[in-house]
Design a protein around this ligand. Sequence first.
Ligand SMILES: NC(=O)c1ccc[n+]([C@@H]2O[C@H](COP(=O)([O-])OP(=O)(O)OC[C@H]3O[C@@H](n4cnc5c(N)ncnc54)[C@H](OP(=O)(O)O)[C@@H]3O)[C@@H](O)[C@H]2O)c1
Length: 378
Amino acid sequence: MPAQASSSFSAARAPRVAIVGATGAVGEEFLRVLDQRSFPMTSLKLLASARSAGKTLSFGDQTLTVEALGEHSFDDVDLALFSAGGSISREYAPLAVKAGAVVVDNSSAFRMTDGVPLVVPEVNPQAVTEAGIGLRKELKAGIIANPNCSTIIMLLAVNPLHRFAGVERIVVSTYQAASGAGAAAMRELEQQTREALSAPGGTGTVETQDVFGMQYAFNLFSHNSPVEMGGYNQEELKMVHESHKIWNQDADQGAAVSPERIRTGITATCVRVPVMRAHAESINLTFRDECSELKASELLRAAPGVTLQDDRAANAFPTPLQASHQDDVFVGRVRRDLSQPEGRGLDLFVCGDQIRKGAALNAVQIAELLLERRGAER
Ligand SMILES: NC(=O)c1ccc[n+]([C@@H]2O[C@H](COP(=O)([O-])OP(=O)(O)OC[C@H]3O[C@@H](n4cnc5c(N)ncnc54)[C@H](OP(=O)(O)O)[C@@H]3O)[C@@H](O)[C@H]2O)c1
């Protein structure tokens, strides 16, 4: 468990905020989301590697200068939003907590650590309260983890159905965008696409293969995370383990299955596709209780953070392009799985902007929970 201290926050002012990894794909999205949601702040500090020190970034109508991350970066910070990779989080998040800041961490460093809440605000908001972490002197500074982007997108769609009918099994296949691998992967997909289109003799091959070590443009491949014993890659295992942790933290929120039964069988196949931004997922569900197509559509239509887009007549369903830069996760292709006993199986197709809802937006929503809580308890 990371070091604990009491929160440095003073209720007399809005929090002093820092973004760690401000120059990255998620970091820049943090700037947009904080601005668009008018997140209350006394100050905003942008932190990145020494390579970016002095670089400027826009925040609303302000121009802010990036500082190099260092051990004293958090001396005047109440809330630190981390998105600079696991090793940076492991080294600096405990220092931020020691300095009295609440950390919302986008990396996988602490997601499965006992005592660190793993939160999707639409699914298990109470996990924050239960951990006693908050922006008040009497509450603890501490770390709250943002789940993996594919997990967040899947749970936004599946959780409303799970609460109603108890999902016993999930078979999910992902179609993951370049943006999930950061700004460098997005640049490389663009570069490779140019190279492929102008390749001599129309061969469609590319020279630049720095990020994934293979051709990404006009190709697709198994997710680039390391493959573990048993053949699952780490991205697939994150979807399994994180979903279980989140749902178990949701146990008293009226989920249709009791905590000891929230061991829903989940098997995932994660694939990178040459899409610039926003992930797609094909999801097959087996329910304990009956859940008709009609009921599922009704539940999804009412679910926070979800837009049902399911027009069979027009063959119009979610696409990554349309989900890009949107807050909601789009769900369509809601249909009975004909291979399962009636009412016990459904298929869905889901798209969500994983830099936004899968990372920056979810983290800012967690920070908003901390602020709401402050208001409620005052
Ligand atoms: N992309 C997504 O959709 C997504 C979704 C969920 C979670 N995440 C997680 O969010 C984190 C960042 O992802 P990203 O996609 O934004 O990556 P990215 O575009 O590669 O950005 C990485 C950021 O980390 C900073 N950084 C690198 N080394 C550093 C150092 N030694 N000290 C301080 N800052 C350093 C970089 O600063 P410089 O520019 O100075 O190098 C940059 O700001 C990762 O942990 C990732 O797993 C990403």
